[in-house]
Design a protein around this ligand. Structure first.
Ligand code: ADQ
Length: 720
C-alpha cells in the first residue's frame, strides 16, 4: 500500500498544558474538537499515516498510528488566510451567503501563499507515488500546486462543507483559480450528489469543461468527482452509550435539570450557519403558546466558541446570549429555567450522556455540509427511543429521511415539528429511530474513508458515489454490457477512437482506448473489432492495433482479409477513378483515396464552397454509373463497387462469435446503418452531435476511451 498523507489546515491534536495555561509546559496531547478530526480519528486507529497541518516547526509528535508534520505559517499570513479569505469569503459564500462574503485581494494572496507552503511541505516529505488526501475549503489550491511539484503523487481532495450553486459561486473574483486548484486532484469528493453537481456546473460555467459520468477531462487527465457522505464511528458512540456509568450520568443529568418531562438539546460550534437562534425562537414560541409546558420542558444548548476573531461570530454569540436571557426572563419560574445554555467543550462521555438524557435533538442549520451531531445522537440511542428534528439543508437530511425534517427559515414549521416529535406515539418514534440507526451504522467514518481512498487508488468510484448529471439522458447501461454472455465490442476508427486530423495517415488512436480494447480482448467471451470505412491495409498500418483485435475495412467489405474484386467490378472502379480524377484536378485541396472496392474523394482541405460543388459534380457524374454506390461522409464522398455496409460486417461478426450483445460506437453517417440494425440488449453510442439512431451519446474520442476503460474494468470484474 503506498504511503498515505493527510493534509488539513489543523493538526488533529492540541497540546495539554500544565494547569491549562498556554504559557506553561506541554504535558501531553489530546484530540482537537471538530467534525473533520472526529471522523478521521477512528480511521487512523487501523491505518498508518502522516498528518500535515499548520503549527510550530518544533513539534515532532506521534499520535498512535499518526505521525504529525507541521507547516509553519507567519502570523499575519495566517490571519489573512484563515480568518480572512477562508472564513470571511469562502465559508459564508459556500453556505449560501447567509452572511455577506467579503473579498479582499490581499487575503486571497495570503491564501495562495499558505496553500503554496502546504503543497511545498507535502512535496518535500512524500515518498514516490504516495497517496495524498487534502481536506477542506482552506486548502483548495493545494491539489494543483502539488501536482505541479510532484506529478507522481495520487492526490485526493475532500470538501467538508457544501459547494454553492453555480450562480452564487460565480461572484467569487478568483473562481477560476479555485476551480483549477481543485482540478489538480485525481478525485474530488463532496458529501452529497447535489454538492458534486454544483461543482460540475461551475466548472462548465467558468471553465467550459464538461463532465461525463462523474469524470471530467482536464488537460488530458481524468478527474473523478463524486459523493462520499461522511459518517461517524457509530460503534464507538454506541458502545460508550451502553456503559453503566454513562447511563447513570444520563439519569443524573436529567435529575439535575429538575426531572423534566421533555428534554430538548442542541450541540454546535457557535456559528451563524448552525441556526441556533432559530431553534431558540421556535422553542420559545412552543412554550409561549403553551403547546408544551414551560414548567416541565427543558432545552439545553451546548455551544463551543469558534472563530472568535471574526466580527460575525462575536455578533451571533451576542445575539444568542441575548435571546437566551430574554426568553428565560419571560418564561422561567422559581425552580424551572426552560433554557440551559452552556458555552463550552464537553468531554466525549459527558456529551454522550447528554445525548442519552435527551428526548428531542434539534439540528437546524441554515446550511451544513453533513452535520455529525445528528448522526452521533442517533448512534447513541441504543434502545431506539428519542426523536430528531433536522434541517432539510444539511447533508445528513439526504440520509436521515425519517427525522422530522424542517425548513429552518420557517420558525412556525420548526415549532410545529418540535410539538409533533414531542407528541408522537412511542412506536412511531421507534420506527423512525430504527431506520435512521441502520443508516448511521451502515455508512460510518471508516466506510467513508475506505470508499474515498479506494476510489482514489483504483480510479473507480462505486456506482453509489459517482455523480450522474441529472440533465443528461439516461446513462449508458455499462453494467448490462459488462454482464452479458458474449459481448461483441465494435468501434469505428476516425473520430471515434482517434481524433479527426487533416492528414488521414496521421490519425493515431487514443492510447487509453487501445489499452481498454486490449483489456476487453483478454476477457473471456468478449470479441473486439474496429470497423472502419478505410481500406483494411491502411487501417492496419494507421491504427497499429494489437493482435487479436479484429479489423474490418472498406465499410464492411473487408472482414479481417483483403477484398478481391471480380473483373467487372475492377473495370467499373477504374472508370470511376478516371472520371473523378478529372473533376478533382480542378479543385485545390481535393484528393482521392483509393481503396480496394471504392474511391473516396476528400474535400476537407478545400475552400468550403468549392468542396460542396465538387461533391455535387461527383454525385451527378461517376456517382450515377450503374453498379456504383455513392456514400456521403463528413466532407467526403465515397464511390464503391463492392456494396457492403458496416451493418453487414457487424452482423457477420455477431454470427461468427455467437455474440449475445453488441456495443457499437461511431461518429459518422456510415455508422448509422449499424445503429439502425441494433436490437435487444445491444447498445449504440454516437460520438459528437448530429441526428442519430443511436440511443446514447458521448462527446469525443477521449470520452470513448473512458467509457471503454470503465467497461473493461467492469467486465473483468464480472468475469472473475
Ligand atoms: P462542523 O461544522 O464542525 O464540521 P459537525 O459536523 O456537526 O460540524 O461536527 C461537530 C463535531 O464537534 C461533532 O463531532 C460534535 O460532537 C463536536 N462538538 C460540537 N460541539 C461540541 C461541544 N460543545 N463539545 C464537544 N464536542 C462538540 C464540518 C462541516 C460539517 C461536516 C463536518 C465533517 O461544517 O457539515 O459534517 O465538517 O465533514
Amino acid at each position: 500500500m503506498p504511503e498515505l498523507i493527510v493534509v488539513a489546515n489543523r493538526l488533529p491534536v492540541e497540546p495539554v498544558y500544565v494547569d491549562g495555561d498556554p504559557d506553561q509546559e506541554i504535558t501531553g496531547w489530546r484530540l482537537a474538537p471538530g467534525g473533520l478530526v472526529s471522523a478521521l480519528e477512528s480511521v487512523f486507529r487501523t491505518e498508518e499515516a502522516i498528518w500535515v497541518g499548520a503549527g510550530s516547526e518544533l513539534l515532532d509528535v506521534d499520535h498512535g498510528n499518526l505521525h504529525l508534520e507541521t507547516v509553519s505559517v507567519d502570523a499575519r499570513d495566517m490571519h489573512d488566510y484563515y480568518e480572512g479569505f477562508s472564513n470571511s469569503a469562502i465559508w459564508p459564500l459556500y453556505h449560501d451567503a447567509v452572511v455577506t462574503p467579503v473579498y479582499h485581494r490581499h487575503q486571497f494572496r495570503a491564501y495562495e501563499r499558505v496553500n503554496k507552503a502546504f503543497a511545498s511541505r507535502v512535496a518535500e516529505i512524500a515518498q514516490p507515488k504516495a497517496t495524498v488526501w487534502v481536506h477542506d475549503y482552506q486548502l483548495q489550491l493545494v491539489p494543483s500546486m502539488l501536482r505541479e511539484m510532484r506529478p507522481d503523487l495520487s492526490i485526493g481532495f475532500f470538501l467538508h462543507i457544501p459547494f454553492p450553486p453555480s450562480a452564487l459561486f460565480a461572484q467569487l473574483p478568483w473562481r477560476r483559480q479555485i476551480l483549477e486548484g481543485l482540478l489538480g486532484a485525481d478525485l474530488i469528493g463532496f458529501h452529497t450528489h447535489d454538492d458534486a453537481r454544483q461543482f460540475v456546473y461551475s466548472c462548465e460555467r467558468s471553465l467550459g469543461l464538461a463532465a461525463y459520468e462523474g469524470t471530467m477531462r482536464v488537460n488530458n487527465r481524468r478527474v473523478g468527482v463524486g459523493a462520499f457522505p461522511i459518517g461517524i464511528d457509530a460503534e464507538g458512540f454506541s458502545a460508550t452509550a451502553a456503559t453503566p456509568h454513562v447511563l447513570e450520568r444520563a439519569r443524573q443529568l436529567r435529575a439535575e435539570m429538575g426531572s423534566p418531562t421533555t428534554v430538548l438539546l442542541g450541540v454546535d460550534r457557535l456559528d451563524y450557519t448552525k441556526g441556533i437562534d432559530i431553534r431558540l425562537k421556535a422553542f420559545a414560541e412552543v412554550l409561549q403558546d403553551e403547546r408544551l409546558d414551560a414548567a416541565t420542558t427543558v432545552f439545553v444548548q451546548v455551544a463551543v466558541p469558534s472563530r472568535e476573531n471574526i466580527s460575525q461570530y462575536q455578533q451571533i454569540r451576542d445575539d444568542i446570549e441575548m435571546l437566551v436571557g430574554r426568553f428565560n426572563g419571560s418564561l422561567a419560574t422559581f425552580g424551572a429555567t426552560p433554557i440551559h445554555y452552556l458555552r463550552r467543550v464537553l468531554e466525549r462521555e459527558e456529551l454522550i450522556a447528554l445525548y442519552l438524557a435527551t428526548d428531542i435533538m434539534l439540528v437546524t442549520p441554515l446550511r451544513d455540509g453533513m452535520n455529525l451531531v445528528a448522526k452521533e445522537y442517533v448512534a447513541c440511542r441504543n434502545d431506539d427511543t428519542g426523536a430528531l428534528v433536522l434541517s432539510e439543508f444539511t447533508g445528513a437530511a439526504q440520509e436521515l429521511a425519517q427525522a422530522w425534517l424542517v425548513n429552518p427559515y420557517d420558525t412556525s414549521g420548526v415549532s410545529e415539528a418540535i410539538v409533533a416529535a414531542a407528541q408522537a406515539p412511542d412506536d412511531e418514534r421507534q420506527r423512525r429511530m430504527t431506520a435512521m440507526r441502520s443508516t448511521v451504522f451502515a455508512t460510518t467514518a471508516q466506510t467513508w474513508a475506505r470508499e474515498f481512498l479506494t476510489a482514489l487508488r483504483t480510479g473507480i468510484a462505486s456506482a453509489h458515489a459517482s455523480v450522474e448529471d441529472d440533465r443528461d439522458q439516461a446513462s449508458i447501461p455499462l453494467e448490462q454490457l459488462a454482464s452479458s454472455q458474449h459481448l461483441l465490442v465494435c468501434v469505428d476508427y476516425d473520430g471515434t477512437i482517434s481524433n479527426i486530423v487533416t492528414d488521414p495517415d496521421a490519425a493515431r488512436p487514443v492510447p487509453e482506448a487501445v489499452e481498454a480494447l486490449e483489456m476487453l480482448r483478454d476477457v473471456p467471451n468478449t470479441s473486439v473489432a474496429v470497423v472502419s470505412g478505410r481500406a483494411l491495409d491502411n487501417l492496419r498500418t494507421v491504427s497499429a492495433m494489437p493482435d487479436g483485435i479484429h479489423l474490418v475495412g472498406s465499410h464492411g467489405a473487408e472482414v479481417d482479409v483483403p477484398l478481391e474484386l471480380d473483373p467487372s467490378q475492377r473495370r467499373l472502379l477504374d472508370q470511376c477513378t478516371a472520371a473523378a480524377s478529372e473533376l478533382v484536378a480542378q479543385v485545390p485541396g481535393a484528393f482521392i483515396e483509393a481503396k480496394p472496392g471504392s474511391i473516396a474523394i476528400h474535400v476537407r482541405q478545400c475552400e468550403p464552397k468549392a468542396g460542396a460543388n465538387l461533391i455535387r459534380h461527383i454525385v451527378m457524374g461517376p456517382g450515377r454509373y450503374p453498379g456504383v454506390l455513392g456514400r456521403h461522409g463528413k466532407e467526403v464522398i465515397e464511390l464503391s463497387v463492392a456494396h457492403a455496409q458496416k451493418a453487414d460486417a457487424v452482423r457477420a461478426l455477431r454470427q461468427r462469435f455467437d455474440a449475445s450483445t453488441v456495443l457499437f460506437v461511431g461518429d459518422d453517417l456510415t455508422d448509422e446503418s449499424v445503429f439502425a440494425d441494433l436490437s435487444g440488449q445491444d447498445v449504440g453510442i454516437k460520438v459528437g452531435s448530429g441526428e442519430s439512431a443511436a440511443l446514447w451519446r458521448v462527446e469525443s474520442p477521449q470520452d470513448v476511451a473512458l467509457l471503454l476503460q470503465r467497461l473493461a474494468q467492469e467486465r473483468s470484474t464480472f468475469a472473475v
